[in-house]
Design a protein around this ligand. Structure first.
Ligand code: ZN
Ligand code: ZN
Length: 253
């Protein structure tokens, strides 16, 4: 399995990165299967540095905040109007109501919404599905809208992506033993943070340590947040393998 950080800026795109988008690839039936975790604002551009937009096989959206899904509008255009003809319908695993919400974001008045290029499949807490070479699982996380952490497994390797989440002990079990834990760290301990929204580096570290993950990757740091402070918060509680990811990073699992 290979993970590419297409975009990792928290909450909105920054000068050095688009918002959340992660490309997960694995061999499948003699070719490479390409799964996207989120397609946040600004990510469709840099995604083309890595793959042809017609070669996406499936998408999993953690939730419907713009920094995780708004470039579905651009991909809708690509998949519907590409001069080489429309590629096959793309399965999109997402919270219920995604077609309606994304259609509104795009502004389409088509009665079938965005379902010509996309086949929406509802995700719920405890969801599990086989997607190409991957087993996909979802866990509802505390966040102001319906949001999920996503676990992806293939060939005995595992990647857990936190999505956006406040602290939740269930995440420790969900991330248990993951080879890579891609976890958000939007907040710093020195601030007065609202509950059930995001994690600090220290809170991400607590989860990673309890879940005994192989490697912690911190992501979703907003452009206005000091990365050094996030890292300092993390290292007060965590002495395992970690990295604060940047756009373009590639991680082999
Ligand atoms: Zn976010
Ligand atoms: Zn969010």
């Amino acid at each position: 399995m290979r993970l590419t950080i297409v975009g990792c800026s928290g909450s909105f795109p920054g000068p050095d990165s688009a918002a959340s988008c992660y490309l997960v690839e694995a061999p499948f039936e003699g070719r490479t299967f390409r799964l996207l975790l989120d397609l946040g604002s600004g990510s469709l551009g840099p995604l083309q540095d890595h793959i042809d937009l017609r070669d996406i096989d499936a998408i999993s959206l953690s939730h419907l905040h713009p920094d995780h899904c708004f470039d579905m509008s651009g991909l809708y255009v690509v998949r519907k109007y590409h001069p080489a003809g429309p590629p096959p319908r793309l399965p999109v695993y997402a919270p219920a109501g995604s077609d309606w919400q994304l259609s509104n974001a795009y502004g389409t008045t088509a009665p079938n919404g965005m379902t010509l290029p996309f086949e929406f499949r509802d995700v719920t807490d405890g969801f599990a599905a086989t997607v190409g070479p991957f087993t996909l699982r979802a866990m509802r996380t505390p966040h102001p809208v319906e949001a999920y952490a996503i676990r992806v497994e293939a060939d005995g390797r595992s990647l857990v992506y936190s999505g956006d989440t406040g602290p939740d002990p269930r995440l420790e079990r969900f991330a248990e033993g993951a080879d890579v834990f891609l976890c958000e760290a939007s907040f710093v301990e020195s601030a007065d943070n609202p509950p059930d929204l995001h994690l600090t580096g220290a809170e991400a570290g607590h989860i990673a340590a309890a879940a005994r993950v192989g490697r912690l990757l911190l992501t979703h740091i907003p452009p206005w947040t000091d990365r050094d402070e996030v890292e300092a918060d993390l290292t007060t509680v965590y002495d395992g393998d970690y990295r604060l990811v940047r756009a373009g990073d590639v991680v082999e699992l």
